[in-house]
Design a binder for this molecule. Sequence first.
Ligand code: ADP
Length: 266
Amino acid sequence: EPKKKAEKKVLDTLSGIKHRIAIASGKGGVGKSTVTSNLAVTLAKMGYKVGLIDADIYGPSMPKMFGLEGAMPIMVEVDGQELIEPVEKFGVKVISVGFFVKLEDALVWRGPMATNALRQIIQQVNWGELDFLLFDLPPGTGDVHITLSTEFRPDGVIVVGTPQEVALADVVKGIKMFTGANLNIPILGIVENMAWFTPAELPENKYYIFGKDGCKNLAQKYDLPLLGQIPIVQSVCEGGDSGTPSSLSNPIVSDTFEQIAHGVVA
Ligand code: ADP
């Protein structure tokens, strides 16, 4: 294989990756990281080689969601370059900004500092060959998103939202930012999280706590695929806290995420 030049470093570490996908949300707390972690382990379960970048500088949650708190990635030398080796769990290669900074420090990061740290994470990780690299973006739609998206060059973006009216405006903002002339990145689809709640003792009932079909209708309006609707499930929340994504154990959750994964793979 011909050696690439030093200034092509960005291309080097990402060149073995077939599909780069960014996961975005208009605002925090809608379940973006939950969706990313469950989608990652589902794709791995389906036999794909999967990597995950947790770039949520305001609150990196992948160390906790993957049970990797305190993990310290080692450095490896590849073709004369010092690279960060991702940490593997549940068949997913994980790199989190949380591996490198204390949470309370990450929270006060500002623009250029955060962007520089994330740039390094994008450029200097030994990903090797991957089918999918998922990129969990920070919530919102700011300069850091534009910079990161420009450098990471995703093939597509998954937007996560809840059906709630006020959250939908932020979903639209996200769609417009990615598909605008500036970035011009296609939206692979929308995931509606917290779509309804079904109590165990009333398995036929659906309670639309945050509203009904908000993202579904939005997807229709913007002619985008609705990749899936995820109900509010206690084990989803517990799985995030205990470090084992719920799609590895709860059949309802794993069915939902398999459906989403099929939409992503298609
Ligand atoms: P974000 O990444 O958008 O900030 P998180 O993924 O951290 O959001 O989710 C916020 C909180 O909501 C977490 O405590 C998570 O466990 C919980 N949560 C997310 N989705 C669900 C769901 N479908 N059912 C139950 N709890 C959920």
